[in-house]
Structures are given as structure tokens and as C-alpha cells.
Design a protein. Structure first.
Length: 305
């Protein structure tokens, strides 16, 4: 028996689940679904006899990997794989993959959805501001950054980017201005959109000194991970600067501390960037196809461990 488990605390759209199921069953495997689980024990029980698993932001800890005695592959249907314990996967001969790029447009659209709401005062009747002609900085020019750049240019914004792993020529070719340092990006742009992964180097790296370089009327848009923000610094900065606003696609740990900054923050209650039918279908179908291609042909193209 080859069981492919879709384990998603935050469920995919129904169309995505249907398409994943079709791919898995067409390949001759058994399809299993665990959605909206509230207890880790449910996940531990479901993975027991799974050969393959598709997850989203679900934590695949060493405990989960250990419980999944038959597991050969886990695919994070999405970009960031900070929720996978890669060491545990490798130690147990489990291939870990992601599906880069598949949900990027959805995240980029949310950047502007949230930003427009902020600069229009959440449509409360007071005059807001426009984005046209303003400077937006893209911190990390990967798949999401690229879509953010395209949309921003369509809106008539000046677009800047910083990414030590992408050449200046590549960035320039998209009509985006590359900058030499992260400090320069923040000092140049009134709006900064964050797209760095969460890892040991980036966690807590967005700190007071960096944020304080931003011009008047600054807005930081975080659709990356809450862990990359130094939250205590963010709170102090918002106390010190009444012009500073923070938007985050996930609620910070200390949400109550932001209460005094009414109108200058917005947090989604659940990570919503990739929560569209299209992104669910793209990432879910890619994950299912990657599993079939791995089991049948040994293809490890998207392996991250
Ligand atoms: C990603 O890393 O792909 C996004 O953060 C989406 O996460 P989600 O699948 O939990 O919505």
C-alpha cells in the first residue's frame, strides 16, 4: 500500500483537494485527508502508515517524522519550509521538498490589498494617500518579490530591490533598481515589502536601527514570517515614530502590545497570503505531481534537505 496523506490544519480549497486526489489515485496510490486538526495526536496517528505527505505550514517535527514509520517523502505545498525539521527528515531517509513559485502571485496580490487598505485608512472616510509615484523596496527578490515588482510598476511606483543572491543585472532587466545594501533599501523606500525566509541568519534581523532608517510615512509589509521581525524593536519604534505603520500577514506574538497604535497596524488572524483557490491548486497539484514523480522515477528536483 502506498498512502499519500494531505495534512493541512488550514485546508486547501475543495478544487485543489479534488485535483490532488485525482493525481494520487490515477498513480495507483491511496489518498488520505486530514484537515483542520486541532491536536498534534491526530497528525501523529494519520502519518503512521503514510508513504508520502503533503503539508502547508504544518509543523513536521522530529516527533512527526519518527511517528511516520513508512514515510519516504514530505512536500511542503508552498515556498517557506521553516516548518519542516530537515535534520530529522534526513536522519530518517525522508526526502523533503517545497513547490517554489506556485503560490507567489497570491502573496504578492495580498501585499497590495493590505497596503492600499492601510494608506486609505481602512476606508474610514478620511482622506488617504496614493501609491503612484511612491518608492517601494523589495527585501529579497525571489518569486514573490518578482510579482510584487510587476504589480508595483503597473501602479506607477518606483521599485527598488535588495537581494545578495540575485545579480544587479537580473534585477535591472525587470526595470527595478537594485541597491547595494539592506540599509540603503530601507533608507530609500517609504514602503518595504519583506520576502526573506526565516532561518538562523534572518530571525529577529528586522530591528529598530534598520526600520528607523525608513522615510516619513513608512509602512513595512510583512508577508514573509513573523520570526524575522524583532518584535520588541518594532513596538519601540512605533512608540517613537507616530508616522510608522506595520502590516503583517500573521499576527505577532504580542498582539496586545500594538493596541496603542490604532490605525497603524493590520494583522491577519491566520496566514492568508497563499490562501486563494488558484494558489492552492497550483501548489497542491505541484506537490502531488512531485510525489508521483519521486516514487515512480526518483526525481528529487525540488529536494531541500
Ligand atoms: C509559503 O511559504 O508558501 C506561504 O507562507 C504560504 O503558507 P501556507 O501554505 O500556510 O498558506
Amino acid at each position: 500500500m502506498t498512502k499519500v496523506l494531505v495534512a493541512t490544519e488550514k485546508p486547501f480549497a475543495k478544487e485543489a483537494v479534488d485535483q490532488i486526489k485525482t493525481i494520487i489515485e490515477k498513480a495507483g496510490y491511496d489518498f488520505a485527508l486530514l484537515e483542520k486538526y486541532t491536536d498534534k495526536a491526530e497528525l501523529l496517528a494519520a502519518v503512521k502508515d503514510a508513504t508520502a505527505m503533503i503539508v502547508r505550514s504544518d509543523d513536521v517535527t522530529a516527533e512527526v517524522v519518527k511517528a511516520a514509520k513508512a514515510l519516504k517523502i514530505v512536500v511542503r505545498a508552498g515556498a517557506g519550509y521553516d516548518n519542516l525539521d530537515l535534520e530529522a527528515c534526513s536522519a530518517n531517509d525522508v526526502v523533503a521538498m517545497n513547490t517554489p513559485g506556485q503560490n507567489s502571485n497570491a502573496v504578492a496580490e495580498l501585499v497590495f490589498g493590505m497596503l492600499i487598505s492601510m494608506v486609505r485608512n481602512a476606508y474610514n472616510g478620511n482622506a488617504g494617500t496614493e501609491l503612484r509615484g511612491k518608492k517601494i523596496g523589495i527585501h529579497a527578490y525571489g518569486n514573490v518579490g518578482l510579482y510584487v515588482a510587476k504589480i508595483a510598476k503597473g501602479m506607477g511606483m518606483e521599485v527598488y530591490a535588495f537581494d545578495p543572491f540575485v545579480s544587479a543585472d537580473t534585477i535591472k532587466a525587470d526595470g527595478v533598481t537594485p541597491v547595494d545594501s539592506v540599509e540603503e533599501l530601507y533608507a530609500t523606500c517609504q514602503y518595504v515589502s519583506l520576502h526573506i525566509p526565516a532561518n538562523d541568519k534572518t530571525k529577529n534581523s528586522i530591528n529598530y536601527n534598520l526600520l528607523n532608517k525608513m522615510p516619513q510615512g513608512a509602512v513595512l509589509i510583512n508577508t514573509a514570517r513573523k520570526e524575522v521581525i524583532n518584535e520588541a524593536d518594532m513596538i519601540k519604534l512605533m512608540q517613537d515614530r507616530a508616522d510608522f505603520a506595520y502590516i503583517s500577514d500573521i499576527t505577532p506574538d504580542n498582539k496586545a502590545d500594538f493596541a496603542p497604535f490604532t490605525g497603524r497596524y493590520f494583522f491577519t488572524p491566520k496566514k492568508m497570503g497563499a490562501q486563494t483557490a488558484e494558489a492552492n491548486i497550483n501548489a497542491g497539484v505541484a506537490a502531488a505531481n512531485q510525489i508521483v514523480d519521486f516514487i515512480k522515477n526518483g526525481n528529487t528536483k525540488f529536494k531541500v534537505n
